[in-house]
Design a binder for this molecule. Structure first.
Ligand code: UTP
Length: 234
């Protein structure tokens, strides 16, 4: 069975606690687990950002603020594991070795953040490398990587395909703009480059987009890979 690591943004899975997408993800994952082995790294979303903002206002250092963010990612991960029931390994993997160990159960393995100064995108890239994934999917709130921020620039165009080196250039460019919403963090970009594992960035706000991409090879998004090929359907 092919292995797929999904980086599931907190703002995608839990845009708010009241209007969360957990149930919709469970129903899609139920169908996906027949086809492939799934690993999910859950992000912290708006709630993590609120905790981090409160911590900064209190004069708390950045690394400690990151720890608060990590706790929120794990809280979201716990919500997903609970909702997945028998489909998921019942514990949240605390590190990569543990994730690999839990995968032996054949169940969906879920984890959140692990260490300060990065995001769950970096965690998902390292996890993909650790378990030898065939594909990494970044399920986020935009349908791909754009030439400029599509929310600010009407003429921004979506990249259909990028090499890892081109992705790293974009990450470096975005980092120079204060307050820019970077596509992926630099650690994620570096690991994607060295591992050679293809990455697909797509809009995860509708979980069916993942099913269509993985099972039917139909998607709107950006593929990052060394060669100009589409790794889907797996
Ligand atoms: P996220 O990965 O959710 O950040 O981690 P994000 O970019 O805001 O992603 P979305 O909105 O979910 O898509 C939330 C915060 O938790 C800390 C960081 O502070 C990060 O901004 N964190 C997370 C870490 O320090 N280390 C990790 O391994 C993961």
């Amino acid at each position: 069975m092919k292995k797929i690591v999904i980086s599931l943004g907190g703002s995608v899975l839990v845009p708010s606690l009241e209007a969360n997408n957990v149930g919709r993800y469970v129903s899609v994952l139920q169908r996906l687990i027949q086809k492939c082995q799934i690993f999910i790294v859950v992000g912290g979303g708006g709630e993590a950002r609120r905790y981090i903002a409160a911590a900064r206002q209190l004069g708390i250092d950045e690394a400690t603020a990151d720890e608060l963010g990590i706790l929120v990612t794990r809280l979201n991960a716990r919500l997903l594991v609970g909702a997945l029931g028998e489909m998921a390994y019942p514990r949240i993997a605390g590190d990569y070795t543990q994730a690999k160990e839990f995968a032996g159960s054949g169940k969906v393995v879920v984890m959140g953040g692990v260490t300060p100064a990065q995001t769950t995108d970096a965690v998902s890239a390292v996890l993909a490398e650790t378990v030898g994934a065939d594909l990494l999917i970044n399920a986020t709130s935009v349908n791909g990587i754009y030439s400029a921020d599509p929310k600010k620039h009407a003429g921004a165009v979506r990249h259909e395909h990028l090499t890892p080196a081109q992705l790293l250039n974009i990450i470096a460019r975005d980092r120079l703009e204060a307050g820019a919403n970077t596509v992926l963090d630099i650690v994620a970009g570096k690991v994607i480059e060295r591992s050679g594992i293809p990455l697909l960035v797509l809009d995860g706000r509708n979980p069916e987009n993942l099913y269509r991409a993985i099972v039917e090879g139909r998607f709107i998004g950006t593929v990052v890979s060394e060669e100009d090929f589409c790794p889907l359907p797996v």
